[in-house]
Write a new protein. Sequence first.
Length: 611
Amino acid sequence: MDVFRRLKPYFWPEKKLFFLAILCLASATALGLVYPNLLRYLIDDVIAKKQFELVPRLAIVVVIVVSVKGLLQFLHGLCGGRLGNRVAYHLRNALYNKLQYLSFQYYDQARTGDLMSRLTADLEAIRQFIGFGFAQLLNVLLMLIFGMSMMFSINWKLALLTMISMPFLAFTAIRFEGKIHPAFRMVRQSLSSMTTAVQENITGVRTVKSFAREAHEVDKFSARNEDYKAMNIESSGIWARYFPIMEILANLSVVMLLGVGGYMVIQNTISLGELVACFSLIWYIIGPMWGLGFHINNFTNTKASGEKILDILHQYLHVKDQADATIVKSSEVQGNIRFDNVTFAYPEKQPALYDFSLDAKPGSVIGLLGSTGSGKTTVISLLMRAYNVKDGRVMLDGKDIRSLELESYRNQIATVFQETFLFSSTILNNIAYGRKDVTMDEIIRAAKLAKAHDFISELPEGYDTVVGERGLGLSGGQKQRIAIARALIKDPKILVLDDATSAVDMETEHEIQAGFSEVMQGRTTFIIAHRISSLKHADEIIVLDKGRIVQRGKHHELLHQDGLYRQTYDIQYADQPKKADQDDQVAAAKDPELDAKTRNHSSLQERRLAH
Ligand SMILES: Nc1ncnc2c1ncn2[C@@H]1O[C@H](COP(=O)(O)OP(=O)(O)OP(=O)(O)O)[C@@H](O)[C@H]1O
């Protein structure tokens, strides 16, 4: 019951509906007891005593009882439905809200399918139980109490005899539920594995086709389909075995009632009306016995679903605002980012970053280079305060970022990730995502800077083109350019480009960077790149290896040092130094807006390469 106590904040505001639903159902059940009594009266007092003039009055009573019972059932359905849906609505909102604020650490381990099933199947279980299940569970108890007490009041010996097979019925029903329940769970698992296969197949259809693995995929699906079929057949087998037994046991008590009761009527121990009343009351007892297993399981399942939902709702937020967190005002932000001796490890892992220090002056450009897994993205994650730094400090304008209000702090940062994620919406909405109030002119300006405007304009519906799931229908480079426009429109003080131009060709990269150099004015920029060409204009390049800084300096300084930077440079340019040289010149010539800083770097680079 602890689960329901913890869920109380979500259903207690609707307590009026809750009690009304229970009251209506209980009243309908109680009203149902009028039938057996009417039958008894009809047989013993009307038919046996030949008082047929009472029949119309009895008929009117029946009509009234049926109507009131119908009305009560309608009200129960209405209240239960509203209650369940309102509780599900509150819970769904609370869950979604929590999911937005859960830390990166949670998502590192969470599985999408599992989260989806909590938001759908588990929530549905709660909706059903709070709306109807709980009232039905109470009703089952009421039916048993009402039915038994009435039967015992009519004739306790007959009632006792009739009850003989009931424990067996209850036992079989519980056993049946114990078998059918896991079988249903297996069916659901099998269905989910089949749908996952279909989903994966549709998402990865290009990979399947390019590897000509259609036949393999068909076989894989057939195996899962076979499994699903087998699970369904097994569950129908259980159903087929248990139902006749339950039917026999239930009817055994009816046979006992009619046999013994009929004999008692002959013996004049009870009246015929009483026997008929008992016959109709017996279903008040058989029904709950039959459904006992189902109700018990429904209750335990809902408890499990509630626990899973509460697990999310009460999930610890690793990264959250301190009580006295300072709100960051954009107008006051300089953009000085400092890392002071930061050592950071992901949970249960060796440190991903050792003793990392950095002082990025406002408006400077910091390049991060290093092999895969060297810790570049970790630096950015810590900068965004995706994780809390425990060893060392990350500071914005001299203030530890842990003391800053998270939302206003992150509002100062715009990131373009290596893997571009676009929402299935229009290009316009995707670009405008980071800002609430934005004009079309600003969107176009950002798109132009990201070199996205031309290709967007060529689309039949331009900025109103709806991009498919995850940006399907656009090339990798086009997606990246939209993501860059999305970052630029935020007008951030800190710009992070995590391998942001990896999917565009060298020439476009030059063009975008020329655009960047314009927007980068006054912004502190972090660039992660594998291409030296993306980094060479940086004010400081930090070379990472296995989480440690192995080199740092400007491009020309690093070129003169033996080390990872020079090696990377050699691999990328050694066989075409002239080409690299020319690339710079071409790009510089093409873009008249290329700022002075870029030109200086380029000319410096040209001179270096010439020697
Ligand atoms: N969310 C995470 N949970 C646990 N370990 C992680 C996580 N992210 C990264 N790591 C580990 O931390 C180390 C540094 O990873 P990081 O992503 O910072 O490298 P990177 O230099 O950005 O690599 P790449 O160039 O491939 O993106 C790696 O050993 C990686 O396995």
